[in-house]
Design a protein. Sequence first.
Length: 434
Amino acid sequence: MSAPPLVHVVVVDHDGGDLTLGCLRHLVATDWPAERLRIVLVENGSRLPVTAVVRRDLPGVTVGESPTNRGFAGGANLGMRTRGDADYVALVNNDAFVTPGWLGPLVATCAADPRVGAACPKILLAEPAVEIHLEAPTHRRGRGDARDLGVRVSGARVGPADRGRRLQHVAGFWGDEPMPDDEPGGQWTHGHAVLRIPTGTGGDLALRLAADAPTPVTLRSGTVSSTVTVGRTPAWYPVPSDAVPVEVCNNVGSVVAPDGYGADRGWLEVDTGQYDTPVEVGAWCGAAVLLRREYLDDVGLFDERLFLYYEDVDLSLRGARRGWRYRTAPASVVRHVHSATSVEGSALSAHYNERNRLLVHGTQVGPGAWWRSAARHLAVTASYARRDVATPLAHGRRPRPVIVARRLRALGGAVVRRPALRRHPAGPEPASGR
């Protein structure tokens, strides 16, 4: 019998700490012959690197180091350039945890068709979550803000554990916006909103809520409900629940919209098996993916000018133009702590998402279509200016132009960088040792 394919796994760490160590330990436990599995950690300019622990406790993991943070694109490229004679390259985020049998279905998917350049696992969010429904009467602030506002949700707890950063805004929220200083990361609800809290080790549920005026809010989780009166000052309110935690999808392959937006296929859907049939998809997600060697040899590596976000969409689209295809392999399951390093909604995350979406879209369409896309971005930015600057001034409140400024910086960065990306697209780069 021939030997199984040689798989080169790349993990990029930037201050991931225990998450990175957990990721590597799960990879070492992969159900695959150890001599045919090469795991590479790229220490990407961390302030607190884990390399000493890896060398002591995980001697089978090869360590590469960059003295500076090269972004995910640059860090992953460092690892992929050492792929040598590997048949496949796997990328696994340092905040992702593979299951023992994750690799076999991915390899089988690629092996079945020589034009499949990438196989995508079913990526679930790291922990099961409990669903909560909020019902509240709405009001309108007026003077430029015509939204129907319910209450503000700015925190979540399970027992003593803070779960605010892992809160899943499923439906009925108005999205990110500047909040009072003591409610960072909060969002306004509509009249009816649905959210989920990852359960972790378990415990009583609580939400941190506030409103413009005393507001009755009904909280329902499972078959249990309660009504509380939410005041102007943020406070914690218990949420009685008998709901069974559910598994939630992060990504089962990616899709790219005509305006260039990349989206996780299945994002925040309860996993009921609806994605368990393998299908062809338009793009793959760099959180966890298996890439064929010939695909990388033909298309090249990530464009490091993107630094962070959309580098996987860019490489997917470059490959598709050369005839490569991508398929899901949902029998392969990976769990992901979403945006653990660059927090979802943070200024860093939002800037690169917005700038790079415009940049990558700009490599796919002509000047006319791209400038129309840029004009739409500017029109949306104007609506944020009305909400966050004009309306507060009309009500005698302090304006908060942070999102407007960020979107303008992203657009400016895309305008400046787009010509260079179109003239000098990232191209094939042979692996060392081949």
